[in-house]
Design a protein around this ligand. Structure first.
Ligand code: PMV
Length: 345
């Protein structure tokens, strides 16, 4: 057995993990009430709360193991070694190294079963899976709320993927971010909500979310209104969910999405993630509603459209979308579980 170095004398007595390899799985999530903007950049504290659905069908599986004879973490995403994400992952794993006192480097292999970096919240499932896997590997046994705080440091939306079902992310009020975490409102069996993620392009987005959020905060005249009115949208969505009022939830979902994209569009330079296809699908969703099919859309930092519906209407919406030109793929997702360890050795 190799020597365990302690990187912080103050936390010397932490449990040294006997585990050497862990595999964890996390589902992605889609926010109905979105987060756009950071209150604290270095602690990644959001400027607003958010409310999301954790989705079965869009997942990341991450394997992590300690490695000897390497002097930095090695990161593989979908079988390709990554250099750009490595420093983000290294900083993230430093949190586990500091808390555990285990100074070992790791090899991380991560697979997404959906397009990466294309506005489908792949960073949410990726950092949630990594947080859960590293928690086990480093023997920390942190409870879900603490893991949510750590996952937030990797990606704001990852804090939500720790939990399944319908999830609220609290913006919090503490300057150190200790009350900025997600929690489950209802589990995945509460309501048969479904998301159809309509993929129109699998290209990686040009403006990363963090960069876009900073530009918006600094330049959009609508940004203060976005922040100021956000809690009203959260409250409305929570009431709609408590009443299982689909129309009310759908209306506030679309409104909040349009408001976020208005902030993006009015940033300087403007941030436009939509394409012509995105607009075609918005129109299709509105046409479906005119035919009394319950469908509402939401869109993140990419051209994909996520259609919110309930289980009995998903197949008829799916067949309407499949008729459309330029749709690469549709991922049909019911609500899913939170992040979990699936293998340890
Ligand atoms: O988690 P991030 O930093 O990739 O940001 C996510 C931002 C949106 O997807 C646009 C909104 C949200 O709340 O998921």
């Amino acid at each position: 057995m190799t020597e365990e170095k302690n990187i912080d004398n103050g936390i010397k007595n932490h449990y040294i993990s006997a585990m050497n390899r862990v595999i964890a799985k996390a589902n992605s999530n889609i926010a109905l009430i979105k987060y756009w903007g950071k209150e604290n950049f270095s602690l990644n504290i959001p400027a607003v709360g958010s409310l999301s659905l954790t989705l079965r069908g869009m997942e990341t599986i991450t394997e992590i193991c300690f490695a000897e004879n390497i002097d930095e973490d090695e990161v593989w995403v979908n079988d390709r070694q990554e250099s750009a994400t490595t420093s983000r992952v290294r900083q993230f794993l430093d949190l586990f190294r500091q808390k555990s006192g285990i100074a070992k480097y790791c090899i991380i292999r991560s697979h997404n079963n959906f397009p990466t970096g294309a506005g489908l919240a792949s960073s949410a499932s990726a950092f949630a899976a990594l947080a859960v896997a590293a928690n086990e590997l480093f023997g920390l046994h942190l409870p879900p709320v603490q893991l949510s705080i750590i996952a937030r440091m990797g990606s704001g939306s990852a804090a939500r993927s720790i939990f399944g079902g319908i999830v609220e992310m609290k913006k919090g009020t503490m300057p150190d971010g200790s009350d900025s975490y997600a929690q489950q409102l209802y589990d995945e069996n509460y309501w048969d909500l479904e998301i159809l993620a309509v993929i129109t392009s699998t290209k990686e987005k040009k403006t990363k979310s963090t960069q876009g959020m900073n530009i918006s905060r600094e330049t959009s005249p609508y940004y203060p209104v976005w922040v100021h009115t956000h809690s009203l949208d959260m409250e409305e969505a929570k009431i709609a969910i408590a009443r299982k009022d689909f129309q009310m939830l759908g209306e506030i979902t679309e409104h909040n999405c349009m408001k976020m994209h208005s902030v993006m569009l009015t940033s300087r330079p403007p941030i436009l993630y939509w394409t012509g296809r995105t607009l075609d699908i918005i129109h299709l969703v509105w046409e479906l509603r005119n035919k009394n099919i319950p469908a509402y859309f939401t869109i993140d930092a990419g051209p994909q459209v996520k259609i919110l519906t309930t289980s009995s209407y998903a197949l008829s919406i799916l067949s309407a979308i499949k008729e459309m030109e330029g749709v690469e793929r549709v991922i049909h997702c019911p609500l899913g579980k939170g992040a979990e360890v699936i293998e340890r050795s």
